[in-house]
Structure formats: structure tokens, C-alpha cells
Design a protein around this ligand. Structure first.
Ligand code: NDP
Length: 367
């Protein structure tokens, strides 16, 4: 594991601002470095061959964006439909080992849980001095599952959205951002090259925010393990409460998520602000939210949240997940099966059939 201090300050040449970490009561402060298009120079990659290892969600998007930005990109993938897709998209596609051998920059864009095995069998023997290893998530480096040699550069480039959006926003010239962490700078050029890669993907358009492997990984896991599950659990329990009380399950699902209203609400939050966005709702909605929120989720839940954070920080979660994988995913498969057997699945199929898609609506309008 890299020795990274939490909350460490870094000074850079790009826009820097001091941010308070807790609204009102500032507990800790850190200097935040943000980099934009003008801070990155694509020409530093002119002698590099970038191998995208894994042509999946993020891999395909990043490969296409980088190529459109003039970077020399090849693809490494198992020979199956993803491999065929890469070839169809016009890339030179190779086995993962061959791509790693040819490349000077190797981007590991396969699921976190398979990275260690692929690294050990196909990548590490080709990591000669001066090459760069790029991750789209700091997980394996931070928790020590992968320990690259000291004479290669290691970075974490974490785009702040799904692969499909990474491509869509690039093509539409929309704002896109990322986290960037430099784990190891063996060549003295790691940051320059990392920023060029960020620019090639399109991430310096919105802003590439410098962080550490520890912060990127732990914040991401915390959101996945505390914030989103809390929202999803409240929704699933609300389905039970409302349906048990006699409300039609179709209407409950429609209003709760099939209308896509929640995603629009979250988009408003990003645009208007966490509290300001409440104003997109009626005053009745605002009053209901403000008075009821603390009654539903009481402040002492923070103790449980802190416990989960500790499990992330101390590696308890990472070890548990590694053991689960080694055992053949018994808990994962059981819980996933239970979720897919929940009555909401049947209900949503019925409701989705009743919602007219935009294309059908457009056809009717155009006669
Ligand atoms: P995907 O599930 O889309 O990745 C699929 C790719 O991984 C395919 O090319 C697949 O090849 C390959 N792959 C899967 N298993 C293996 C294996 N055992 N051996 C070799 N190749 C394998 O993953 P994502 O793109 O979602 O995620 C990749 C990385 O990007 C992760 O580190 C993730 O944390 C990070 N990330 C993802 C984001 C997202 O939006 N999804 C956002 C930010 C970061 P095949 O099936 O052909 O073997």
C-alpha cells in the first residue's frame, strides 16, 4: 500500500482553493488542486502507445475519446465479444499480455475484483522501467492487492461518471470531470502524462481534481456502502409500507422511481445546490421534507456511518470482499437472487409497458 497521508496539502500551478470540509464548522482544511484543458499538453504522449486493458463500460469510452484526441491507442482484451467490438471500432486488438508488452502506458479498466489475477498473469512481466500503469479506481493499489515495481509510474484516473456518459459528454463537448491521483512518480513525468491522459479523455474540460489513492477509493466506497444503500433501502421499505397500506404498487413504483423524477431531482441538486434545489419542489414538499427528515434518520445514525467508514479505512471490507470472491460469491449471489425475487421486479415490468417511450410519442406527433 502506498504511504499516503489523509488530508495532506499539495501545492500546484493550477487553480487552487481552500475548501472547508464541514459546512459551518470547519474541522480540517485541504488545498485542492484542479486542472483544466489549458494545464495539460497532449504532445507529451506523442511517443507513447496506450493499451486499454478491458473494452467494457469505461474502457470503450476512454479508448474512443483518447483516439479522437490523437493518442495512439491499442486494446487488450480476452478474445470474445468485447474484443470483437474493439476490432469493429477500428482498434488494433490483442490479448491482454500482448497489449501490455507493446504499450508504454497500460490502463487497467477491468472490474476491480479481477485486476489482481490479470495483473499477475498478464501484466507484471511487461512492466519494464519507465512504463506507466493507470487505474480507473484506486482500490487494488490502495488496499495492497497489486504492488507494482518501484520504477514505473502509477496513477489513478477516476472519471466522475459512467462509461457511456464519458463518451456522450465528450462527443457533445459537455463538461466532464475526474479525480486524479499520482501514486508513484518514477519518471518525474507522471503528472504531466496523467494530465495529458485526462485531457485526452475529456476530463480536464470540467476539471481534474487532484487527490490521493486513499481519498478517491475511500470516498467512493463510502458512497457505495452508506449513501446509496440508505436511499435504496428506504425506497424498498417504502414500497412495502405503501403497498401494505393498500396503495396500488404500480403507482407507488411510478412515482417513486419509474418516472425518473429522482434522477431529475439529483441533477437539480448538482445544478442549484444541495439545499437550494429543494425549491424545485412545492412549499408543501419542502415543509414535509424539512420537518420529517430528522424524524426518519436520527443523528445517532452517524455512529453506524462511522463504523462503516472504519471498516473501509482499515481494510476490513476489502478483506471480506476478497474472501467472498475466493469462496465463489455465495453471499453476493444469495442477496442478488433475493433482490430479483422482490415483488417490485414484476410491478416495474408492468408499469414500463404502460409508459410510452419518447420515440413512439415522436412518431405519433410526426403523423
Ligand atoms: P466492466 O464490467 O464494463 O468491464 C468489463 C471489461 O473487463 C471487459 O472488457 C471484460 O472483458 C473485462 N474483464 C472482466 N473480467 C475479466 C477477467 N477475469 N479477465 C480479463 N478481463 C476481464 O467494468 P467497468 O468499465 O465498469 O469498470 C472498469 C474499471 O473502471 C473499474 O476499476 C471501475 O472501478 C472503474 N470505473 C468504472 C466506472 C463506471 O462507470 N462503471 C466509473 C469510474 C471508474 P471480457 O468480458 O471480454 O472478458
Amino acid at each position: 500500500m502506498f504511504s499516503e497521508k489523509r488530508n495532506e496539502g499539495r501545492v500546484g500551478h493550477a487553480s487552487s482553493l481552500i475548501v472547508g470540509r464541514t459546512a459551518g464548522r470547519v474541522r480540517g482544511r485541504e488545498r485542492l488542486n484542479v486542472y483544466y484543458d489549458e494545464d495539460a499538453d497532449l504532445s507529451v504522449l506523442k511517443n507513447d502507445i496506450v493499451a486499454i486493458v478491458g473494452y467494457g463500460n469505461q474502457g470503450q469510452a476512454q479508448a474512443l475519446n483518447m483516439r479522437d484526441s490523437g493518442v495512439n491507442v491499442i486494446v487488450g482484451n480476452v478474445k470474445d465479444s468485447y474484443y470483437d467490438q474493439a476490432a469493429k471500432d477500428g482498434f488494433k486488438a490483442y490479448s491482454i499480455g500482448e497489449a501490455a508488452k507493446q504499450a508504454t502506458i497500460i490502463c487497467m479498466i477491468i472490474p476491480d475484483e479481477v485486476q489482481k489475477g490479470v495483473y499477475e498473469t498478464e501484466i507484471q512481466q511487461h512492466l519494464s522501467k519507465g512504463k506507466m500503469l493507470v487505474f480507473s479506481s484506486g482500490y487494488n493499489i490502495h488496499f495492497g492487492f497489486i504492488a507494482p515495481p518501484k520504477d514505473v509510474d502509477v496513477i489513478d484516473m477516476f472519471p466522475l461518471t459512467f462509461g457511456a456518459r464519458v463518451r456522450e459528454r465528450f462527443l457533445n463537448r459537455q463538461s466532464l470531470g475526474s479525480f486524479l491521483a499520482i501514486g508513484q512518480d518514477a519518471t518525474g513525468k507522471a503528472k504531466q502524462k496523467a494530465l495529458a491522459l485526462a485531457k485526452a479523455i475529456g476530463c480536464t474540460r470540467g476539471g481534474t481534481f487532484e487527490t490521493t489513492f486513499a481519498h478517491e477509493t475511500e470516498i467512493n466506497l463510502y458512497l457505495e456502502q452508506v449513501v446509496y444503500p440508505a436511499i435504496f433501502r428506504i425506497m424498498a421499505l417504502s414500497f412495502d409500507v405503501l403497498v401494505d397500506a393498500g396503495y396500488p404498487p404500480e403507482l407507488v413504483s411510478l412515482e417513486m422511481y419509474l418516472s425518473k423524477e429522482p434522477s431529475e431531482f439529483f441533477a437539480s441538486m448538482a445544478e442549484l445546490g444541495f439545499f437550494e434545489s429543494a425549491k424545485v419542489g412545492s412549499t408543501t414538499a419542502q415543509y414535509g421534507e424539512m420537518t420529517r427528515a430528522p424524524r426518519i434518520i436520527k443523528d445517532d445514525i452517524k455512529n453506524i456511518m462511522k463504523e462503516h467508514l472504519r471498516e473501509i479505512q482499515t481494510g476490513v471490507f476489502a478483506n471480506e470482499w476478497a474472501l467472498e470472491q475466493a469462496a465463489g460469491y455465495p453471499v453476493f449471489n444469495k442477496l442478488r437472487k433475493e433482490g430479483l425475487e422482490h415483488p417490485m421486479n414484476e410491478v416495474e415490468k408492468r408499469v414500463k409497458k404502460l409508459i410510452r417511450p419518447q420515440e413512439a410519442q415522436s412518431k405519433i406527433q410526426s403523423g
